[in-house]
Design a protein around this ligand. Structure first.
Ligand code: G3P
Ligand code: MG
Length: 360
């Protein structure tokens, strides 16, 4: 693809490449756009406002439904982002819907974890905030906490038929989902240890109860937020929970982590990018017998975290090509030693990455 006089080619064509953008540390720092992200993203559209280059956001973050994240990003970046262009850490949780559709599950993390899971179709989901509030004295430190927590589920934001009916004293929790970064680590570690070591019924230790399945949306040790240094992420919470659990329980904690660098996430992103190709939606581009789904020559993963974004792209293999920015977690002088990106330069920020992609 040629960069013509500094502009993107105007005619719609079958793009032989696509782009997956990491969010934290590449597109945003906290709530603020960085690296010239609004301008860079605008250039992925043609003059007619149609998408010329398929792209999506591949983030380990989350806490709100994909549709809401898409609207927030559209507003922040000034381009139309579809919900299908947002793949969050917890997006794969949808695939558990059949297994737990009508069973009591607990969801925790910042934002609205129970709303996220309800939108995926889970009928009996309760946030850890609400769950903990059903057990008197479960958090002995609650009285010392100066902040106010929402007591009870925000039922007004749920579809009517998904309001759960449950009795936490007799109904076992069938699975726990860590949807986004937990807010109150101390309370969450306490209550999750209760749920997980008592077979899903806190306070009722009777013999060896199997641990309910535990799923994490991601396993990032650190990520880039608004503060100048990296912040502790969900992986750090996982280590804290696991360390405590393994000291108080006879069986080690069992869990599954989703999100990057899992190659499944990259496969899924590739499938989604194919559907975002201009040709997929236009019969003008289809030849007889052509499904419109074309294989990509290159898929660029632009990320700031070597052990998450670069490692993931490396493991996924062809057609993924990793580009490492220096606006987030990675601050090294040269390329990362253990997970070197296919492209990393000392001044790399998003706008420079996009220019390079188009020149090549
Ligand atoms: O909490 C978000 C963080 O773990 C990573 O987000 O966009 O850098 O994958 P991102
Ligand atoms: Mg990042």
């Amino acid at each position: 693809v040629l960069l013509l006089n500094g502009h993107w080619p105007e005619t719609r064509h079958k793009s032989s490449f696509g782009i997956a953008f990491d969010i934290d540390g590449v597109i945003l720092r906290g709530k603020d756009p960085i690296g010239g992200s609004p301008q860079a993203l605008r250039r992925l559209y043609g003059d007619s406002g149609n998408l010329n280059v398929p792209f999506l956001f591949l983030t380990n973050g989350g806490g709100i439904p994909e549709s809401r994240r898409a609207s927030e990003l559209s507003e922040l970046l000034g381009v139309k982002i579809l919900p299908s262009q947002v793949l969050q850490g917890h997006s794969p949780f949808k695939s558990f819907m059949e297994r737990y559709e009508n069973q009591l599950i607990v969801a925790t993390g910042k934002g609205e974890p129970a709303v996220v899971m309800s939108e995926y179709g889970f009928k009996k989901v309760v946030s850890l905030d609400e769950y903990a509030s059903c057990f008197e004295n479960i958090d002995p430190l609650a009285q010392y906490k100066k902040w106010t927590t929402k007591q009870g589920l925000d039922r007004s934001s749920l579809p009517l038929n998904t309001v759960p009916r449950y009795d936490v004293s007799s109904e076992t929790v069938k699975a726990v989902f860590v949807v986004s970064d937990p807010v109150d680590w101390g309370r969450d570690i306490q209550v999750l240890c209760d749920v997980l070591r008592c077979g899903g019924l806190p306070g009722q230790e009777n013999g060896h109860q199997p641990q309910p399945p535990l799923y994490f949306a991601a396993d990032d040790l650190e990520y880039q937020a608004a503060f100048p240094s990296s912040r502790l992420g969900m992986g750090a919470f996982r280590i804290a929970l696991e360390s405590v659990f393994n000291r108080i329980h006879y069986n080690p904690l069992e869990y599954v982590c989703f999100g990057k660098p899992d190659p499944f996430v990259f496969k899924n992103a590739e499938a989604m990018l194919k559907q975002l190709q201009p040709s997929y939606h236009s019969d003008n581009f289809k030849e007889p017998g052509d499904s419109g789904l074309q294989s990509f020559k290159t898929l660029y993963m632009i990320g700031d975290n070597p052990s998450v974004d670069v490692k993931g792209a490396q493991q996924a293999g062809h057609p993924w090509f990793s580009i490492l920015t220096r606006t987030g977690v990675f601050r090294g002088k040269h390329n990362h030693a253990e997970f070197p990106a296919d492209l990393a330069s000392q001044t790399m920020k998003l706008s420079a990455c996009c220019k390079l992609i188009f020149i090549n």
